[in-house]
Each structure stands twice: as C-alpha cells, then as structure tokens.
Design a protein around this ligand. Structure first.
Ligand SMILES: *[C@@H]1O[C@H](CO)[C@@H](O)[C@H](O)[C@H]1NC(C)=O
Length: 365
C-alpha cells in the first residue's frame, strides 16, 4: 500500500469512527429498552401462556395482521405500544409478550423490550384474582427475573446503565372499575367510590416505588379512558341499549376524577424525587382526551361507528364471545372499537399519534 492509499484508508476508518461515535451520541438521547406493564390495552399475548378465560388468541382477533394471526392482542392488529416500540427503533414491528418461550430466553428481545402485561389485570390485587390473570405485582417480579437474565448476560454495571435509559410504561385501572368495583359487591361494601380511588392510587404508588427501586428513571403512567363510552358499558347501563346508545357520563366522570387524582399523586411523587436529588422522571400520559375526541369528532377521523364494536353485534362480545363464528364488520377503519371493550388498531394508532409529543419528550429527556 502506498502512502496515499494508506492515507485514504485511514480517512475511511476515521469517517467510520466518527459516524459510529455520532450514532452512539445519538443513541444517548434515545432509549435503551421499553418495558410495559398492565392490562389488555398493552398485553401482546401473555395470557396465551396462563390458565384464564381472558384470552384472544383465536380468530377474528388479529384479523389485520399479515396472515391474520391471532396473537393474543385484544384487537384486530397492533397496540399503541407496538407503534411506540417500532417508532423508538428498538423493535422492527411489535413489542413481544415476555412469557413467549421464544422471548423469555432471548437476551436481545429482553434487552430491547417486552410487555409483562396481562389482559384482565388491574391495580387492585382482587381484580386479577377475579379474572385468573397475572397481578401487576407478579409482572414486576417478572421484570426482576428479566433483569437477572440481563445481568448474567452483560454484567451488573451494564444492566444498571441499561435500566437507567429504559422507558417503563403502565396502562391499567379500567378493569378495577368495570370488572370489579361496578360489577361486584365486594369492594363496594367496603369502599365508597372516593375511598376506592385512594385505595387504587396507593397501589399505583407502591408499584412505581418498586420500579424506582429496580433503577427505573423514566416511567410513564397512562390514565383511564372515558369508561362510559365502552360499548359494553352502554349495553349494560342504558335503559334502551338497542336503540339509544350514548356514552354514559356517570362512568366517564369516574375516569376523569381518577385521572385528576392520579396526576396529583404523580406530581407529588415527582416533587419528592426531586427533593431527594433523584433524576428519575414520572410522566402522565392522557388517553382520555384523544379517545373522547375520536368519539365526539368521529367524522374528522373517518369513523362511522363509535358506540358498538366491530365484532359480532358489537354490544356485548369480547374475549370468547368474539370468536370465529362471529360476524366481523367489513371496514375496520370505520370503527373506534374492535369488540365491546377494546379499541381497533386504527384507534390505537391514533392514540399513538396523539401521544407522539409526549413520547418524544420522554425519549429525549
Ligand atoms: C422536578 O425537577 C425537574 C428538573 O429536573 C423540573 O423540571 C420539574 O418541574 C420538577 N418537578 C417537580 C414536581 O418539582
């Protein structure tokens, strides 16, 4: 190699190194992993691996995935967390369920992110007992196991750095009201609505403390949706549900009250963290407004059906009641809800778009 060639060669190497460093610096600003906890709104199929009736790993669920694969997601395609995972660059397409045997022992998948969420779960420990699903407490336990696997693979120090730069996200609470407090007498006998709010908030706080204790520095907490607009709530609580279907504000206002209390609690926790010189950040993610907008201003989003789901009659079907013999609406993009409880993929995508500024903020701070 002549001097000139050597020089050229070194320059190329130099450029490579500069590019690599720029990339690493860029990565510093983004996130290292994405860990999700909660209920069916963020469960990609963990319930396929446990004994529960709260499942959706059969048609027509997953109808709009390529090959129409029912993955265990309670919708026709992707969840908002799938869009976030691919937007962040951590995943190509989807955020996988932790309990999938192809995931639980795959260090690459565990590092970039998984969901521990379980459909039917909630902050109240009684809720997952009613539904025989994975309690949030157990989901955190799974994260500890996941962290242990990472430590075994890349060492304690690297795992600690990794966890610091990861985003933790929780979406739960609707089942605590819809399947538990409103549906069964147990909690109502002991707690007024206000007392139950505080009871749930205590559990949220405990959960967040556990994540902080594991080294989490970026935690996002979703609020509740307008619960009175869920098709099943309209069906069960309207005097004439076949002909007069409107959101029932009594239940949506419970969600609004809870969301206010939740924001207050998160703010207080943030203040305490600041005072103890912690650099941990807790974010609130509003899903109430975007969903209420999609329902109220439905034409703007191209939706025609806002008060019944796409599967079956749309009034009562969810989980096993929405199955391979159910009629499915032709144009899913015209529906806010896929079944009587869960949003369509399009609604999840709109939710992702509506939260994009918050997501960018979390990733860059
Ligand atoms: C916590 O500290 C951050 C700066 O690190 C600041 O932006 C935020 O407003 C503080 N929050 C509270 C609730 O004190």
């Amino acid at each position: 190699m002549g001097t000139c060639d050597t020089y050229l060669f070194l320059s190329v190497v130099h450029i490579f190194i500069l590019c690599f460093m720029a990339k690493v610096e860029g990565l510093n600003k983004t996130i290292s992993g994405f860990y999700v906890f909660g209920d069916s709104t963020v469960d990609p199929g963990n319930n396929n691996y446990i004994k529960t009736a709260f499942r959706s790993n059969f048609p027509p669920y997953g109808r709009d995935f390529s090959n129409q694969v029912p993955t265990g997601r309670f919708t026709n395609g992707k969840l908002a967390t799938d869009y976030i995972a691919s937007y962040s660059g951590l995943k190509k397409e989807i955020l996988p369920p932790y309990l999938d045997p192809n995931v639980i022992n795959n260090i690459e998948e565990l590092m970039t992110g998984v969901s521990f969420a379980s459909a039917g779960s909630g902050f109240d420990p009684l809720t997952p007992t009613i539904t025989s699903v994975i309690p949030i407490e157990k989901q955190v336990e799974y994260f500890r196991k996941c962290k242990k696997r990472m430590e075994d693979a890349v060492g304690k120090q690297r795992t600690e750095n990794h966890v610091k730069k990861a985003v933790f996200f929780v979406s739960a609470g609707t089942n605590d009201f819809v399947l538990n407090y409103f549906a069964l007498p147990v909690r109502r006998k002991t707690y007024t609505l206000l007392a139950y709010h505080h009871f749930l908030i205590q559990h949220v706080e405990h959960f967040l403390q556990e994540l902080l204790a594991e080294g989490a520095k970026k935690i996002a907490v979703s609020g509740l949706p307008p619960m009175g607009c869920l098709p099943i709530m309209i069906t069960l609580n309207s005097p004439n549900a076949l002909f007069q279907r409107h959101c029932i504000d009594k239940y949506s206002s419970v969600a609004r009250d809870f969301n206010l209390l939740l924001q207050h609690e998160l703010h207080q926790m943030q203040s305490k963290l600041n005072m103890s010189n912690s650099d941990a950040k807790i974010y609130y993610v509003d899903i109430y407004r975007p969903i209420a907008d999609m329902i109220q201003a439905h034409k703007r989003f191209g939706f025609d059906e806002v008060d019944s789901g796409c599967c079956g009659s749309g009034y009562i079907e969810a989980a096993i009641l929405c199955n391979k013999v159910s009629n499915v609406c032709l144009d899913r993009s015209k529906y806010v809800f896929w079944d009587s409880v869960h949003p369509t993929e399009k609604t999840y995508h709109n939710l992702f778009l509506a939260s994009l500024h918050t997501i960018d903020f979390i990733m860059n701070n």
